[in-house]
Write a protein that binds this ligand. Structure first.
Ligand code: CP
Ligand code: NVA
Length: 300
């Protein structure tokens, strides 16, 4: 059976062991040969610093090799159907790590290809990032079920993956999003029906009140650049600044997947301040993705 990594929800009972394995790999500075002789393709239709580089390093640390494929330098940018690309790459390669727009593209690659597909961000989710963020929280507070997490800002790909993480890891999640910028409401309802402690509010102060972790992200995600101005208006009052952070729990941490826009979704003071753990989050991308790659390629 081919293992894919498309979203957090589908991990089910594998989720916590994966976090623990990533922790162990981090502690050991793990290097291995599991991917020896394997070549993975990174299909990136959007820009990336952390995801691309941390995957490249993770693959090399596991003994494998990788190739970057972008629309500008391949037939992807000249409209070759994805189902053809999937079948071609499956003849040469061992996995596809894909950053794209609609999640349906991942499903097409899985349907027509015959190698594992890993979601490196879509408009709907960013599971590698949020698994790394769960690892970052878990390192500090292993009893995740007792933790309160606030999401302040856009109900975007990150917010959706956080809802899935709350379903599996049991922390309570309060999302504050302006009207019109909600997360996937079907997913939210599903999470609530499963008993997850997830709720949506409109007031950032309400979400941050007493929170142990305060998360935010850019107001305009990749592909939404034309909406920047309109979003700046809609998100007025949503900048995580010292005044908002003062409402959080005494030892609360500030989190951001990066890249950050200082002065928009977060103030310079909070971003650079002692509560900020953003570079630990960035580091954990490497360790988490090593664990994900090991899980995908391990004997089943
Ligand atoms: N957080 C994150 O995914 O960053 P990149 O866009 O640089 O990969
Ligand atoms: N929501 C952001 C995350 C970037 C890592 C985006 O999709 O652009």
């Amino acid at each position: 059976m081919i293992r894919h990594f498309i979203d957090i929800r589908s991990l089910g009972k594998n989720a916590l062991p994966l976090i623990n394995r990533a922790r162990q790999m981090k502690r050991e500075g793990f290097r291995g040969e599991l991917l020896h002789g394997k070549v993975l393709v990174l299909i990136f239709e959007k820009a990336s610093t952390r995801t691309r580089i941390s995957f490249e390093v993770a693959i090399r640390r596991l003994g494998g090799q990788c190739i970057l494929m972008t629309p500008a330098e391949s037939q992807l940018g000249r409209s070759e159907p994805l189902k053809d690309t999937a079948r071609v790459l499956s003849r040469y390669n061992d996995a596809l790590i894909v950053r794209t727009f609609g999640e349906e593209k991942l499903h097409q690659l899985m349907e027509y290809g015959s190698i594992p597909v890993i979601n490196a961000l879509t408009d709907q989710g960013h599971p590698c990032q949020v698994m790394s963020d769960v690892l970052t929280m878990y390192e500090r507070t292993p009893v995740l079920a007792s933790q309160e997490v606030a999401w302040v800002g856009d109900g975007n790909n990150m917010a959706n993956s956080f809802i899935e993480a709350a379903m599996l890891f049991g922390f309570s999640l309060t999302l504050a999003c302006p009207e019109g910028y909600d997360p996937d409401m079907k997913l939210l309802a599903e999470a609530q029906n499963c008993g997850a402690k997830v709720r949506l509010v409109r007031d950032p102060a309400e979400a941050i009140q007493g929170a142990n972790y305060v998360n935010t992200d850019v107001w305009a995600s990749m592909g939404q650049e034309a909406e920047q101005r309109a979003r700046e208006k809609a998100f007025a009052g949503f900048c995580v600044d010292a005044k908002l952070m003062a409402l959080a729990a005494p030892d609360a941490k500030f989190m951001h997947c990066l890249p950050a826009h200082r002065g928009e979704e977060v103030s310079e003071e909070v971003f650079e301040g002692p509560a900020s753990i953003v570079f630990d989050q960035a580091e954990n991308r490497l360790h988490m993705q090593m664990a994900i790659l090991e899980w995908i390629f391990s004997e089943q």
